[in-house]
Design a protein around this ligand. Structure first.
Ligand SMILES: [Fe+2]
Ligand SMILES: [Fe+2]
Length: 183
């Protein structure tokens, strides 16, 4: 598959997790029981599929190749995208830190988890919109056919290195099931 299309296809799964995170936060804010296993599963998806798998492809391969074609990496659109990946990691850390307190019944822990689920979902929705509509079209214009071929073969290696061969499909199934559970 064309590498930019591959990234956009991964966005669809990440956007499903944004929907799940927003619904889980609304359920918690309405007084629903804290489900530690569900939050653990969501954190695992975000860390593994969204960050180690998808963001690694962007940062180590796509952005790196765009840099070779003259795009700055510390400023401009790539700088903003890299910064937003870091902000997302901050939300994940906050959720992980608050989850044990939430599981122990502390309202402040539940509130921190819900606030950061919403913060992560809002951030990623806007981030993905910018990538799909601004950054990726820029990449398509600037990269050569050979660049795209290199990215495609690089992407094929990343799944095994980042999360394990065939593991991405398990994460896609996880988020589909989660959305069904959350109605
Ligand atoms: Fe990104
Ligand atoms: Fe992305």
């Amino acid at each position: 598959m064309d590498p930019i299309t591959t990234l956009m296809d991964e966005h669809v799964a990440i956007l499903s997790m944004c929907d799940a995170a927003a619904r889980e936060a609304a359920r918690l804010r309405a007084g629903g029981a804290f489900d530690a296993a569900r939050i653990d599963g969501m954190l695992d998806f975000i860390r593994s599929f969204a960050d180690r798998f998808h963001h690694l492809k962007e940062e180590d391969l796509l952005f790196a190749r765009m840099a070779e074609r003259g795009f700055p990496v510390d400023s401009g659109p790539i700088g903003v995208m890299r910064h937003e990946h870091e902000v997302g990691r901050g939300h994940v850390r906050a959720i992980a830190e608050a989850a044990p307190r939430a599981a122990a019944g502390q309202a402040s822990g539940v509130k921190t988890v819900a606030d950061n689920l919403v913060g992560w979902a809002d951030l990623l929705r806007a981030h993905i919109y910018k990538e799909d509509n601004v950054l990726y079209p820029m990449a398509r214009r600037a990269l050569t056919a050979a660049d795209l071929d290199d990215l495609e073969s690089g992407f094929a290696r990343v799944e095994g290195e980042a999360i394990g061969e065939g593991v991405a499909e398990r994460y896609r199934a996880f988020v589909r099931d989660l959305l069904r559970q959350l109605g």
